[in-house]
Design a binder for this molecule. Structure first.
Ligand code: ATP
Length: 257
């Protein structure tokens, strides 16, 4: 039996009078690619934000490998092995591709401020080590030859990959991707699909992703949960989700809105 990587137990997020997520429960086995879908405003990003510590749930609990992480600060959750990317790519546009990836190693640094100021041998040793590791990561995302480019100069699909490389630099067991294919053309989207499968195998990851591109979700994810107005209305394999009447209704309702 597979281990459960992530468990959400009835998590709820209220913003004043609005219940953005209502008692959402899910269990995600490790090494799975799991999709979270739903019409606009269904509460997907809010669920992500609770899982990654960016929002504290109004109620309910979240467990990461059986450890209760409910309401923990994001940096602590990252250090436990959960990394994420954002709906709108958040890179330091003035930094190089390599420097952006280096920021992902930040929490793992083994030298302190004094080492950095005095440039002690320890500082140089770890600086060299993390640069090598960052370059390896860039190689695995096929961007090593662009390490010195400014992040802002890369095409959209590659910036998305840099963001993922930075998330991988934190050494995650689980990766959460918020709309990774948004803004990509069909060719880039196809490339991204293979890329996510590749890094999942290579880094032994569990992946949870939000995505509106149905072809992408149905082809990539092994299991899918559907949110509508903050409530989980379905969960299952892609072929089950595709023919679920509640899901079809939720999406048609969205189109007619
Ligand atoms: N910080 C906030 N304060 C108040 N309301 C919020 C906040 N964040 C989200 N909401 C509301 O919660 C609901 C769910 O939003 P959320 O962004 O989680 O949906 P989503 O499924 O990710 O949507 P989309 O697919 O459009 O990104 C929406 O009605 C949204 O306006």
């Amino acid at each position: 039996m597979s281990k459960v990587a992530l468990k959400c137990d009835k998590i709820t997020m209220k913003f004043g009078g609005l219940t953005a997520v209502n008692e959402f429960s899910v269990e995600i086995n490790e090494h799975m690619i799991f999709g979270l879908i739903g019409p606009n405003g269904a509460g997907k990003t809010t669920a992500f934000n609770m899982i990654t510590g960016n929002l504290k749930p109004t109620s309910g609990e979240i467990f990461f490998y059986n450890q209760n992480i409910t309401g923990m600060k994001p940096f602590r959750i990252v250090s436990l092995g959960m990394a994420r990317t954002f709906q709108n790519i958040r890179l330091f546009s003035n930094l190089s591709v390599l420097e952006n990836v280096l920021t992902g190693f930040h929490h793992k640094l083994k030298y302190n401020l004094i080492d950095a100021i005095l440039r002690t041998p320890r500082f140089y040793k770890y600086e060299k080590q993390i640069r090598e590791e960052a370059m390896e990561l860039l190689e695995s995302v096929n961007l090593a030859d662009k390490a010195d480019f400014k992040a802002s100069k890369l095409p959209y699909g590659e910036r998305r990959k840099v963001e993922i490389a930075r998330a991988l630099a934190t050494g995650p067991k689980m990766l959460l991707l918020d709309e990774p294919a948004a803004g990509m053309n069909p060719q880039e989207t196809m490339g991204l699909m293979y890329f996510i499968q590749e890094i999942k195998e290579k880094f032994n990851l569990t992946v949870l992703l939000i995505e509106h591109d149905m072809k992408f979700v149905m082809n990539l994810c092994e299991r899918i949960a559907v949110l509508d107005h903050g409530v989980k209305i379905a969960e299952g394999k892609p072929e089950e989700i595709q023919k679920n009447p509640d899901v079809i209704r939720a999406y048609l309702g969205d189109i007619n809105a």
